[in-house]
Design a binder for this molecule. Structure first.
Ligand code: DHK
Length: 148
């Protein structure tokens, strides 16, 4: 049976493609979802792709992933820098976690330099644009294969 990877996206990422394209690029979140599904089928993982502007919904999906997923890719967006609750939820998840930021958060404002989620993530991708998601899918598939 194919391994299942949850890709969770935090606040404002629903506006991808329209929001600050000079920072986040011109692809929409639907485009990213489709590209992740194509990459998933190439590397043999099933993708469940979601976005929410609500912290509690992201937490509920991480709890759901405990039962249903073999790995999580998460772009927590602004919650990266604020949410101990998302970090705590990820700490209950007993499988690989990859954190993605479209922009290079270390090149931006000081308040973006720290991510709570990085304390749990097995890998962090920042500054690769939306290609970071595809690299994350490939890396997670490799991790899951090496664990099997
Ligand atoms: C996305 C956001 O919405 C910001 O709040 C983060 C992240 C960076 C990104 O680069 O994908 O600071």
């Amino acid at each position: 049976m194919a391994k299942v990877v949850y890709i969770l996206n935090g606040p404002n990422l629903n506006l991808l493609g329209k929001r600050q394209p000079e920072i986040y690029g011109s692809k929409t979140l639907d485009d990213v979802c489709r590209l992740c599904e194509i990459m998933g089928s190439e590397v043999g993982v099933e993708i469940v792709f979601r976005q929410s502007n609500a912290e509690h919904e992201l937490i509920d999906w991480i709890h759901e992933a405990r039962e249903k997923a073999d790995g999580i890719i998460i772009n927590p967006a602004a919650y990266s820098h604020t949410s101990i609750a998302i970090l705590d939820a990820l700490n209950t998840f007993d499988a690989p976690v990859v954190e993605v930021h479209i922009s290079n958060i270390h090149k931006r404002e000081d308040f973006r330099h720290h991510s709570y989620v990085s304390g749990r993530a097995d890998a962090v991708l920042a500054g690769c644009g939306v290609d970071g998601y595809l690299l994350a899918v490939r890396h997670l598939a490799d991790l899951l294969r090496s664990k099997a």
